[in-house]
Design a protein around this ligand. Structure first.
Ligand SMILES: [Zn+2]
Length: 382
């Protein structure tokens, strides 16, 4: 079964439950069951809204160049409001009117509730399994929601069972069902409000995007990464510093990066990448620092790279732990003169530095700023 098909299964279950709960509620006079019917109806609406936006929201026009993805969020927002109003109505009726479950409708009501309970539990279980298979957070969220649906049905079941034991408690269970509905509604409203106000994508998505970007060696730094969601789609604004040599190279790199991002992150609809060349200055001095931020005495003790350029300095943290990785970072930041306690030991690292024209300046000085002034006086600059 495909991912989209789950939405249809969920819709069918909810529509069937709405119909049965409504008939059962009217037939038995159970207010809690009518409340559950409204809840199932709103769940059906939510599935329909999700389906319609999936179908139509990617139609872009001159007036809506970003597409209509937020239709889904607006739709869900309206459903949230509808749920709040419905819950209010039920609570009002529960508190002011005579509520009791009639004997004639009792058995039918119980059949409806037991059916709803088991269909929701089964659906929730199947959705959860499918969510793991497709790695889909939407499906997982839906499976949790279906579980709360099962909880709603079990509240109504308790109401019917209490009648069997001789107590008419339906008004209280109706209030309990309403509170569950309010809880659902508040969850929906909070989430949709966030999306409508362009809340950032979650940290997991941001991290995945960062990883893809940094897998490109010429990316020196991610200056900005803004990702917002709209419907089920993501829009990203990225500013990068690149070490590319000329404009064409940088441009084709960015094209490649865009394609890779879209391939790795399916929900990504639009990516805007702004890029700027890494700052130019000569000589560009880099100092390798150990974990205490002193000049590293051995090359592979280096943890940070302190870069001096045009009178300013910048600290590159968390260097790789091997000599080749460190050398690669040094080259990436276009260092001309590298200050370190020692040269690297491995041939590969030595080769990489010399190919890139990096001059390694050995020093016994521990203080990076004193080491820098040694170089300055050595080169005759101050
Ligand atoms: Zn529900």
């Amino acid at each position: 079964m495909k991912k989209e098909h789950w939405a249809l299964v969920s819709l069918s279950v909810n529509l069937l439950q709405t119909l049965l709960k409504l008939i059962g509620g009217l037939f038995s006079g159970s207010l809690s069951l009518i409340g559950e019917a409204i809840h199932s109806l709103s769940d059906s609406f939510a599935s329909i809204v999700a389906y319609l936006t999936l179908k139509f929201s990617d139609r872009k026009s001159a007036r809506f160049p970003y597409g209509l993805y937020k239709l889904e969020n607006v739709g869900s927002f309206v459903i949230g409001i509808f749920l709040l109003l419905a819950a209010y109505e039920i609570i009002k009726r529960a508190l002011t009117e005579r509520v009791s479950i009639k004997e004639e409708g009792w058995s039918f009501g119980v059949v409806v509730v037991v059916f709803s309970l088991f269909s929701s539990l089964t659906l929730s279980f199947l959705e959860r399994r499918a969510a793991k298979k497709y790695n889909s957070p939407t499906l997982l969220a839906d499976s949790y929601h279906t579980l709360t649906d099962a909880f709603g049905s079990s509240l109504v079941l308790m109401s019917f069972l209490s009648v069997y034991l001789g107590h008419q408690l339906d008004r209280y269970f109706a209030v309990a069902v309403s509170l569950l509905i309010i809880w659902t509604a508040v969850g929906i409203l909070r989430k949709e409000m966030g999306v409508l106000l362009d809340v950032s994508a979650d940290e997991k998505t941001l991290q995945k995007i960062r990883e893809v970007i940094l897998s490109f060696e010429d990316v020196v730094e991610i200056k900005n990464l803004f990702v917002r969601s709209s419907g089920g789609k993501l829009f990203a604004d990225i500013t990068l510093t690149l070490s590319g040599i000329n404009f064409e190279q940088m441009h084709s790199l960015v094209d490649e990066l865009e394609n890779k991002l879209k391939k790795e992150i399916n929900e990504l609809e639009m990516v805007f990448i702004h890029y700027e060349p890494a700052e130019t200055c000569t000589p560009r001095v880099g100092i390798l620092l150990n974990s205490e931020k002193e000049v590293a005495s051995k090359f592979d003790d280096s943890r940070h790279l302190l870069v001096f350029c045009n009178g300013g300095s910048r600290l590159i943290e968390s260097l790789p732990e091997d000599e080749l990785g460190i050398s690669r970072e040094v080259v990436k930041h276009s260092i001309n003169i590298l200050v370190s306690g020692h040269h690297p030991e491995t041939q590969e690292a030595k080769l990489m530095l010399s190919k890139a024209g990096v001059f390694v300046w050995e020093t016994e000085e521990k203080n990076p700023y004193k080491a820098l002034s040694q170089i300055a006086s050595g080169l005759g600059i101050s």
